[in-house]
Design a protein around this ligand. Structure first.
Ligand SMILES: Nc1nc(O)c(N)c(N[C@@H]2O[C@H](COP(=O)(O)O)[C@@H](O)[C@H]2O)n1
Length: 202
């Protein structure tokens, strides 16, 4: 059981919308694709939602093809009852894995922003979800804030990570299956550091 927390809003590194200062931490932020197991998920939200359905690779493919993170979530919810039966027990570890894969893939963009939060509590403000986020009320933010707490865990863990060094990422939950392949540990490098092979290279 994850405990409720209460944070002073003025002291938190809080985000609500993706355009907020720390909005890149939201899984709804576009522009942070995650590559893992030879698959490119267009967002951490799409990857998280796809991992609900290890036995439905075709449906996972549909979730990963959605054109925005929120559409990926909405598509997953069309078959929410077919989520893996232990989803509630594994979802925090799935999110932990997904966030690590995202921050590993975008470390040059995201680690400086993570460091900028200093020692402040990181909180996702949500008016309707006090499991992943926290609800604002009277200058305070109340909720389990699990996403923010996973981000604080990552901040501590990556404080000394040399930006650019590959990050070891491993799913710590059973049946981490994506598009028919079981995911194992991988070293994730910074996508921004990859050589430009685009059309302008002579
Ligand atoms: N529907 C919705 N809209 C937003 O703007 C959100 N930030 C969220 N929250 C995110 O949804 C994910 C959790 O999904 P489940 O409720 O576990 O299916 C997680 O990424 C939240 O941050 N939802």
């Amino acid at each position: 059981m994850v405990q409720f927390r209460s944070y002073a809003a003025s002291e938190a590194a809080a985000f609500h919308r993706v355009r907020d200062r720390f909005g890149a931490f939201s899984n709804m932020a576009a522009g942070y694709p995650v590559r893992f197991g030879g698959v490119e998920a267009p967002s951490s939200e799409a990857l998280y939602q796809a991992l609900r359905f290890p036995d439905l690779p075709g449906f996972q493919g549909e979730i990963l093809s959605a054109t925005s993170p929120i559409l990926a979530k909405r598509h997953a919810y069309t078959r929410i009852r077919e989520s893996r039966s232990d989803w509630e027990a594994v979802k925090v570890n799935v999110m932990r894995f997904v966030l690590r894969a995202k921050f590993g893939a975008h470390q040059s963009r995201l680690l400086p922003v993570l460091a900028e939060t200093g020692e402040r509590p990181i909180v996702e403000i949500s008016h309707r979800d006090d499991f992943w986020g926290a609800r604002p009320e009277g200058g305070r933010l109340h909720g389990r804030n699990v996403l923010g707490r996973l981000l604080m865990e990552l901040r501590l863990e990556l404080a000394a990570h040399p930006i650019g060094a590959p990050l070891l990422v491993a799913p710590r939950f059973a049946r981490a299956s994506l598009l028919g392949s079981e995911l194992g540990p991988e070293r994730v490098g910074d996508i921004a550091a990859e050589p430009d092979t685009g059309p302008f290279l002579l």
